[in-house]
Structures are given as C-alpha cells and as structure tokens.
Design a binder for this molecule. Sequence first.
Ligand code: ATP
Length: 355
Amino acid sequence: MLSPRVAGQAAQQRPGEFYTIATLGSHSALQILKGARDEGFRTLAIANDDTANLYRSFAFVDEVIQIPKYEDFPQIMRDLEQRKLIIVPHGSFVAYLSLDEHKKMRTPYFGNKAVLDWEASRELQRQWLQRAGLKLPRQFKTGAEIDRPVIVKFYGAQGGKGYLFLKDAHDFEEKAALLARRNYILQEYIIGVPLYIHYFYSPLTGKLEIMSMDRRYETNVDSIGRIPAVAQSVMDVSPSYVVVGNSPVSLRESMLAEAYRMGEEVVRVSREICPPKGLFGAFCLETIITPEAEFYLMEISARIVAGTNLFIDGSPYSYLNYDEPMSTGRRIAREIKNALLSNSLELVLDDSGLN
Ligand code: ATP
C-alpha cells in the first residue's frame, strides 16, 4: 500500500485513479458524472430501484450503488465514508435529505453546507440578497396590505407547483378558504421575462464565470397569452406555474454586465454571512427582467440547477471561456481536479467533511 504522502503525490498527477465523483442518480447526475469522467475521475451513481438500469446504461458511469429509494441514502453513508470519494450535490439532495442529514454526511462534499441554512430559510435568503443590493419583489404580511397583483408561494412547493396569482386584496378574501391553515408568502407579482442565470465561482482563482442561462417553460402561464384577452375574461382561467421544460437563452449583451455584477455581489456577501469560504462552485440566480431592464430576484439556488442540463455540450457563454465543451458538471470536476493538482482540495470541500 502507498504511504499517504506518496498516494497524495500520485493523486495529483492522476486524480481520477484515486478519487471517485459520486452523486444521487437524478436531477443533473448525468451531466455531473459525464463531466467527472471527462476530467479523468472514476464515477459513481447512487440510484434507486427505478433508475439503476438507466444509469448503468451509460458508459461513463463506472459504478452504480442501488438503494430502494433516495430517502435511504443516509443508510449507506457509513460505507461511502470508507472510500476515497467526493460527493457532488444537486437539487435532489435538498429534496430527499433533510438539512440535518446533509450536515451529518462526513463524506467529502463539494460546496459549503453552511450556505444551506441561508438558502433554505426564505427570510435569511431575502436578507442575503438584500445585503447584496439586489432588487427583490415586495412582500406583504397580510392580505389587507396587498395593493398590487401578488403571487402566493406556499412553503415546500417545488417547481412552482400550487402557486396562486391574486390580482388584489379582494381576490385574497375570496381565496381565504384555500389559504387557511397553510404557510405561504405573499410576493409582489413582477411582470417581465423570467431568466435563470447559471454561475460558477472558483475559490481557487477567485473568478466568477457565467456558465449559461435558461428560461423555464411553465404550464399554463406560458400559454395564457395564446388565448385572446376577451376570451380569458369569460373563461376565468387562473395561471399556474408548473415547470415542464427549459429552453436556452442568450441575454442582450448590454444586460450582461449587470447579470455578472449580481453574481459577484451575491458571492461577496456570502463570505460575510458564511465566513470564510462563503458560496462557491455552481449557483443560479432566478430573476425576472422588467421592461425597464431591471432584474428582480425571485430566488437563489446555491448549487447546480437542472436548467444547466441544456448545456451538457457547453453553452455560448462557456465557449467564450473554454475551447472545449464545458458543462457546469464538468466545470465542477475541473475545479476538483485543479484543487488536487495544486494540493488545495480543502478549498473546494465543505469543512465538516474534512474532520
Ligand atoms: P424551484 O424550487 O424549482 O426553483 P419554486 O417552487 O421555488 O421552484 P420559484 O422558482 O420561486 O418556485 O417560482 C416558480 C415560478 O413562479 C417562476 O418560474 C415564475 O414563473 C413564477 N414566479 C415566482 N415568483 C414570481 C414573482 N415574484 N413574480 C412573477 N412570477 C413569479
């Protein structure tokens, strides 16, 4: 067996032979694992009974660990800890594991778990984005305060499911039965174009990159405009915000500097609220752009988002930075590889995994 020092040196030359990149088999796992393989790592998908065969069918997946359901993941954490692997989280980790389970994970983890608390609480998230000087939709504490159209966001909703549009305080009164005994926020409805901006911040170089952008295709809000307004009023149709897909967007170049600045500010403030590392790696700002070309922030996702799956082969923006296809998944693996090569793996891993 190699001594740790010799193994460390060898790993610097051939990181893939020594480290496995692992993730849950869903969300953006294919992109993450393909990117990991392209950067020379071994790859592991932790899949469930429904998805295991799918992940086995891809040549770039070296190994599949099958568990009955994703919620069973904590049961295999001990075994994973014995191996030389790095977990790359995505949206399904947040969906299937509690914050506590996340934090108990001792396996080396790409990202900063401290940021999770700020992201998970709508209140803390708002404070973070406000401190970064970003524009946020107004929030109303009670129905009586509503003086403009609002969107009702129920806690725990995913992908916009179940959100309600209310045109005024009177509308709120009428929907009172639907809202009773549920937790929600009342947020100013911003009329504009939704744009999801995918960033990558490198703790190794201190540089922020715009990786790609997408817009979501939501039913039925994206099709209501196809019905003449006169017909809409007699149909009494209400918008819903259920995501069915994503499409790529390239932003007007004159708006790009502001998109970049917003990313920089979010990273800057993250270092104040979650010192010293703050937010690093992939993240997404979910915005709506108004006719005045102002960006309103709906939300931040502090990790790789599914909209990046459109760009497994790279995007117009990643092409400007790289002469090869560079997905966000591959960019993550590149960062881990660069960290290994410069002997600074601790800079790209959550601190609790290093104990
Ligand atoms: P996910 O967790 O998958 O990002 P979510 O449940 O947090 O989804 P949001 O992304 O906050 O939902 O919103 C879903 C959709 O609702 C958005 O894509 C957008 O169309 C609409 N939406 C959200 N907030 C606003 C707002 N303030 N004004 C107008 N539309 C909004």
